[in-house]
Structures are given as structure tokens and as C-alpha cells.
Design a protein around this ligand. Structure first.
Ligand SMILES: *Cc1c(COP(=O)(O)O)cnc(C)c1O
Length: 355
């Protein structure tokens, strides 16, 4: 038995792995592999159409929002967004609440004036800044809903008339939220949506066409919309895995159903951590992420011992990001509650043995 707490690429549903392996050998009874069919065939068009339709349905998107599947990861969105949305000299507002947001800020500076409205850098990004003002003339306001590395999550959508842009790479589809309040949402697929190699972008068309710079076609959202995510060969296999994962989520009862499980997993893990003084969660209570829990021990030797124990018990990924240290446990949609039960039992035994 193995338990996969990896941060990304990460666990996907077993049913998806089974269907994908069938599709590699014989896609839908065609005798062909999903890896050897043309992207402009009706066979693949069906996969892409279902992925887009299911994403729209799960997120309850209105008719103004488009869904794209693009290359280049969330990291490409860090520059593609300002390139498409902010003119030179114009302001883009950013919230600085973690490693990924910081990278997005750096890239945006290549295209416009960046105003950082608030930062939690003063306390190593262990909380979400609150009570800041977003300049009304900003082209957009960018924030990260879940800070994958630091383990904070922003549950409230900022109140503003400025178009909202959100990096939802690590908590998209994990909890109910009003996706329609956003002008643009992006998410690398490899955490909650599917396989690495594709990024889902949800955007409202009316925000486009307002900048006056020339850009390559591959970076112009309007061209991708016009081409239906097929401006060039799309990442066929990655989109196939996304489609199956979205279908799995829909059959499960959609986002409200998975949110109930995700809440149980997070509650169990954090209540265990809070009850065992040997472990210390690093994030303030109200901002703790339900997707990535970060905690430390005060004794590095004990940390090493617990990490080794987890490995010996078949647990993968119980380790902090190299920039933070300690531990990080990822609890994405596909992780079953039973994995958290096994981990928390191990934590309790370990703490009692060391007490
Ligand atoms: C993983 C992650 C990224 C980076 O995604 P890539 O697809 O590797 O570019 C960006 N933002 C957040 C919040 C992430 O979790």
C-alpha cells in the first residue's frame, strides 16, 4: 500500500489511471492509442469538447467565460497575462503572498507598472494579508488563491471593481467559489485537474484587445479563443487525462461533493497537529490551506526520524519544499480520506513514543 502526498505532479484518481492506461493501448475501441491520433480528428475533438464542457459545468461558468487548454504551465501565464492585459505605463496590482505570486510580480514588471498592494513576506508568508486597498485604475488585480509552498489559502474573493485575475493552480475545483467573479483564472493541470503539460485558462473575452503592443500569436489569448485551443498541436495526452479527471469529479457529485471530503481531510490533519505539541503548524489558523498543510518540529533530528518513518510506511511526499523545510502534506482532490487517517495515526503514535 502506498500513500501519495506529493505536491505536484500529484495523485490522480485510480479510475482515471485505469482508463488512461486502456486509452494508451486502445482508445475507445478504435485499435489506436490516444498517443497516435491526429488532434484535428473527431476522436480528439470529442475529448477536448468534453473537457471544456465539463469544466464549464463544474465551475458553473456563465456564457461570457471561455475555457482554454494551453501549453507552458502556470509559469507562462505569469508573463502572458500582463502581456495581454496591461499597457506600458499602466498599473497592474498584485498581492504578494507567496513564492508563486512573487514570480508573477517579477514577470509583470516586464510589461507595466506593478503595484504590490500588500505582502506577508514579513512573516515568511505564513498568513494572508488583509485590509489592503486595490487602486481603482489598475488594469487588473492578481492574487494566488492557494500558496502551494507556504500552505496558506485565501478563502474570500477580494471585493473590487478592478478585473480579478487568480492563480488557482493548487486549489481549483477543490471548493465552491464564484468563478464568474474573475476576469481570468489559470491553473497548471498537474495538481487538481490532470497530467502535467497543460494549463487551464478561464477568461472573460471583454478584457482582451485593450493593449497596444504586438505579440506572437501563440501568446495572444484572442488567437487561442478563435482556434478553440488548437492554434498548434495541443498537448493531446495531458488534455485527455484532464477530461477523464473532470468526468470523475462530475460523476462524484461535482465541487460540493469533493469539498466535503477535502474539509474532512484537512480538519483531521490540522486537529491532529494541534493536539500533538511535537508538531507545529506554521500558518495562522484562519489561513491554513486545505490543499497543502505545512508544519515543522523544533528538533531537526526528530524531523529526519519522522520523515524516514513515513517513507518506511509507504508514504510519498511528506516533506517540506526545499525553500521552507519541515513538512508539507498535500491533500488534493484525488487523495482519499483513508490516507490522512493512516498518516495521522502514525503522527499520534510517533508523538506518544517521543513524549
Ligand atoms: C505549481 C504552481 C505553479 C507553477 O506551475 P507550472 O505549471 O510548473 O508552471 C504556479 N502557481 C501555483 C500556485 C502553483 O501551485
Amino acid at each position: 500500500m502506498v500513500y501519495n502526498f506529493n505536491a505536484g505532479p500529484s495523485i490522480l484518481p485510480k479510475e482515471v489511471f485505469e482508463e488512461v492506461s486502456r486509452g494508451i493501448l486502445d482508445f475507445n475501441g478504435t485499435g489506436l492509442s490516444i498517443l497516435e491520433i491526429g488532434h484535428r480528428t473527431p476522436l480528439f475533438q470529442g475529448v477536448l469538447d468534453e473537457a471544456i464542457a465539463t469544466a464549464k459545468e463544474l465551475m458553473k461558468l456563465d456564457a461570457d467565460h471561455e475555457v482554454l487548454f494551453l501549453h507552458g504551465g502556470a509559469t507562462t501565464q505569469f508573463f502572458q497575462i500582463p502581456m495581454n492585459l496591461v499597457n506600458e505605463g499602466q498599473t497592474a496590482a498584485y498581492l504578494d503572498c507567496g513564492t508563486w505570486g512573487k514570480k508573477a510580480i517579477k514577470e509583470a514588471k516586464l510589461y507595466g507598472h506593478v503595484e504590490v498592494v500588500a505582502s506577508s513576506k514579513d512573516k515568511n508568508y505564513t498568513y494572508i494579508p488583509k485590509g489592503y486597498t486595490i487602486p481603482r485604475d489598475a488594469a487588473y488585480f492578481h492574487y494566488t488563491t492557494n500558496n502551494t509552498i507556504e500552505g496558506t489559502e485565501m478563502f474570500a474573493i477580494p471585493e473590487t471593481d478592478v478585473p480579478l485575475v487568480a492563480d488557482m493552480s493548487s486549489d481549483i475545483l477543490s471548493r465552491v467559489t464564484d468563478f464568474n467573479k474573475h476576469a481570468l483564472i489559470y491553473a497548471g493541470a498537474q495538481k487538481n485537474i490532470g497530467a502535467a503539460g497543460v494549463t487551464m485558462v478561464v477568461l472573460r473575452k471583454d478584457i482582451l484587445g485593450k493593449v497596444n503592443r504586438a505579440m506572437p500569436g501563440m501568446l495572444d489569448y484572442r488567437e487561442h479563443i478563435a482556434a478553440g485551443s488548437m492554434l498548434n498541436t495541443p498537448p493531446v495526452f495531458a488534455i485527455y487525462v484532464c477530461m477523464l479527471t473532470l468526468r470523475w469529479l462530475k460523476n462524484l457529485g461535482g465541487i460540493p461533493a469533493i469539498e466535503a471530503v477535502n474539509t474532512k481531510k484537512a480538519d483531521l490533519l490540522y486537529s491532529t497537529l494541534d493536539s500533538l505539541p511535537i508538531f507545529r503548524p506554521t500558518v495562522v489558523k484562519e489561513d491554513r490551506s486545505k490543499m497543502n498543510a505545512v508544519f515543522v518540529m523544533d528538533d531537526p533530528a526528530l524531523e529526519k526520524e519522522f520523515q524516514d518513518l513515513c517513507k518506511a510506511e509507504g508514504m510519498y511526499g511528506v516533506k517540506g519544499h526545499r525553500s521552507v523545510g519541515g513538512f508539507r502534506v498535500s491533500l488534493y482532490n484525488a487523495l482519499p480520506l483513508s490516507s490522512v487517517e493512516v498518516l495521522t495515526q502514525l503522527m499520534t503514535q510517533f508523538a506518544h513514543k517521543k513524549a
